[in-house]
Design a protein around this ligand. Structure first.
Ligand SMILES: NC(=O)c1ccc[n+]([C@@H]2O[C@H](COP(=O)([O-])OP(=O)(O)OC[C@H]3O[C@@H](n4cnc5c(N)ncnc54)[C@H](OP(=O)(O)O)[C@@H]3O)[C@@H](O)[C@H]2O)c1
Length: 272
């Protein structure tokens, strides 16, 4: 993203909707979050917009200090005549005149329109409606198709956690020169990450929480993270990742938790 900086810790907002959602996003902005991740599909762009408007009105931050990401759904895939109205509708719901990053939420390969969608989205950068474009849930194959068309997405937002770390997929994203933003970075409860020795040992040494250790592992691997929390104390915890670090041995121990499984939803069989 030439000339565009994305803060490495953002607030995920899936399931933060309505007034409660707006309050949670507002609390995060007041606590220092400067990157918020939303999507048309979350049905909460209005709530995020409300929180942003309140924070701007209160002088908590300026628009320039905020990095706002949104994403659009499969029915908007196609040329500029589809993509531009989708982005404009998101901006209206968010109550802002531009987004910092807009992502194609899923490639939906069965529609086979993601390449022209990416071209149309990239074309919006020069209009000022968006500062940068990117993709989400794009595999090596999808990124290859974009590259063949001369399109290089600067970011791919994909599901990464210590147990489902998809190293091959991440390597493909890096090979295309893109940054990985890790979604669902903390990992689902059923994976039992908090009981793994590599995690408990790092928690014991650093005096940090499981979630902080996992998020710090992502950061040390150069990923952007967008943990979601509705709770101000947990939001603050997730933002406090720069005051400690993991040793190379701890990093390797967490790397070894990868069990080779993929994300819970795969773009070949899922999309919206
Ligand atoms: N591009 C995509 O297709 C895609 C798909 C899924 C998600 N996303 C994005 O990624 C964001 C993050 O993913 P996610 O929401 O699936 O999962 P996540 O952020 O990894 O985990 C969220 C869960 O962890 C809990 N939690 C957060 N911080 C905690 C802490 N410090 N201690 C204990 N529990 C904590 C939250 O509960 P509380 O709220 O109660 O704290 C919530 O139940 C989403 O919100 C969304 O913005 C993108």
């Amino acid at each position: 993203m030439a000339g565009v900086e994305m803060p490495r810790i953002g607030l995920g907002t899936w399931r933060l909707a309505g007034e409660e959602g707006a309050d949670a996003v507002h609390a995060a902005l007041a606590a220092g979050y400067r990157h918020v991740d939303t999507a048309e599909n979350y049905g909460n762009e209005d709530a995020v917009g409300l929180a942003v408007a309140r924070a701007l009105a209160e002088g908590v931050l300026t628009r320039d200090e905020l990095f706002l990401t949104t994403k659009f759904n499969r029915e908007h895939h196609g040329g500029p005549e589809r993509v531009r109205p989708a982005v404009e509708a998101s901006l209206r719901r968010l109550g802002v005149d531009h987004a910092d990053l807009v992502l194609i939420h899923w490639p939906n390969p069965e529609q086979d329109r993601y390449v022209e969608t990416a071209a149309a989205l990239a074309g919006l950068v020069e209009t000022g409606l968006i500062r940068a474009w990117g993709v989400s849930n794009f595999t090596a194959e999808h990124l290859d198709r974009l590259a063949e068309a001369g399109l290089r997405a600067p970011v791919d937002q994909i599901q990464v956690d210590p147990v489902a770390a998809i190293p091959g997929w991440q390597a493909a994203v890096h090979a295309h020169g893109a940054v990985v933003t890790a979604y669902s970075p903390i990992g689902r409860a059923e994976l039992g990450i908090e009981t793994r020795e590599a995690i408990t040992a790092a928690v014991a040494r650093t005096g940090r929480t499981v979630q902080q250790v996992v998020l710090r592992w992502h950061l040390q691997h150069g990923r952007v993270v967008i943990p979601k929390s509705a709770d101000p104390a947990r939001q603050a915890e997730n933002l406090d990742l720069l005051s400690f670090s993991l040793t190379p041995v701890e990093m390797a121990g967490i790397d070894a938790l990868d069990d080779g499984s993929g994300p819970r939803q795969h773009p070949e069989t899922f999309g919206h």
